[in-house]
Design a protein around this ligand. Structure first.
Ligand code: NAD
Length: 314
């Protein structure tokens, strides 16, 4: 299949590119210009590279035609900062995606697979683990724009026949996750612990999240390419909750030394617990996570040690 990965030089996209190539698919990557690319990808002659801006329709028009499946992994915002400028969040992510969908309609794209957010679309969980049927009441703009995009995907399928699959990701972690842009605690904590730096924690460390190893997350994207059932929205996580203190304990065990930490005031938008119910993905995608958190942590540490500067580069 001819696969286009929008945001393919990023953390998830770069692993997805490798996963797709390993399965024999053709891979085209679209991402911003002048990025520091992972050597595994930049030197791979099988990848077609395109530089451009997702928000520029002319740039997108260079890459959409000729693709069969589009993986939409671009996000112009992060959960923690999206409330600073919700109008920008809408203008960039929602409007940008609408331009993409118009092009997809024009060029007969078969399917769009979208990286949504299981950590933000539900808001404060009323029951745990959180299933896809749970109410969606995000506390951050990022979650609202992810939901809006999900709804537009549905509309474009109903009206124009572009199939789609939404993966509501938990907190992926693993090799190549950048500390500077990290959405999860694992990369930041591990990097700081490795360098003997203080780890700052908002709250008392009890905030609990669902962490999924990157290669398991990629497995779900690949399954989503060919899913044929009625379900189109899937939680993708480990189904297990780990607190920030649990992560610190696992890092201390792995490094064999205590790590310095500093507990600060909790942030209002951090829901206390979010753990995803992944039953639907198990049953309908035939997917399930295979890598234990501790093993994923070992791989992440090994990568950080081999690439001491990579994770802080833009
Ligand atoms: P990332 O920042 O590593 O990758 C995103 C890529 O998109 C980057 O390479 C970036 O250069 C590119 N990009 C951003 N704006 C662009 C633009 N205007 N034009 C062209 N390219 C642009 O992020 P990631 O962790 O790989 O996340 C990928 C997707 O998954 C995002 O949509 C994100 O919201 C979603 N997601 C991530 C997490 C997480 O914890 N990492 C959790 C849930 C959902």
């Amino acid at each position: 299949m001819k696969c286009l990965i929008l945001g393919g030089a990023g953390f998830i996209g770069s692993h997805l590119a490798q996963g797709l190539l390993a399965q024999g698919h053709e891979v085209r990557i679209f991402d911003r210009p002048n990025l520091m690319l992972p050597p595994e990808l930049s030197s791979d002659p099988r990848i077609e590279w395109f530089e451009g801006d997702f928000l520029n329709q002319d740039d997108l028009a260079q890459v959409v035609p000729g693709s069969e499946v589009i993986f939409h992994l671009v996000s112009a915002t992060l959960p923690k900062s999206s409330n600073d400028n919700p109008a920008y969040d809408v203008q960039s992510n929602v409007v940008g995606t609408l331009h993409l969908l118009e092009l997809a309609r024009l060029h007969g794209i078969r399917r769009v697979i979208f990286a949504s957010s299981g950590g933000t679309v539900y808001g404060l969980p009323r029951s745990l683990p959180v299933s896809e049927a749970h109410a969606t009441e995000p506390l951050v703009s990022y979650g609202i724009t992810k939901l809006a995009i999900e709804k537009y995907l549905h509309m474009y399928r109903e009206l124009y026949g572009i199939d789609y699959c939404v993966l509501r990701l938990a907190n992926p972690f693993g090799e190549r996750q950048r500390v500077s842009a990290a959405q999860g605690a694992v990369a930041v904590f591990l990097h700081r612990a490795l360098h003997g730096e203080m780890i700052h924690i908002w709250g008392d460390g009890s905030v609990t999240r669902d962490y999924i190893y990157i290669k398991d997350a990629v497995g779900a994207f690949i399954k989503a390419m060919n899913s044929t059932g009625e379900q189109r929205v899937f939680n993708i996580g480990s189904g297990q909750g780990l607190s920030l203190n649990d992560i610190l304990a696992a890092i201390e065990k792995l490094l064999g030394k205590p790590v310095a930490r500093n507990y600060e005031s909790a942030r209002k938008f951090d829901v206390p617990v979010n753990v995803l119910d992944i039953t639907r993905a198990r049953e309908h995608l035939g997917w399930q996570p295979a890598v234990r958190f501790e093993d994923g942590l070992v791989n992440t540490l090994a990568w950080m040690q081999q690439n001491p500067h990579a994770q802080t580069q833009a």
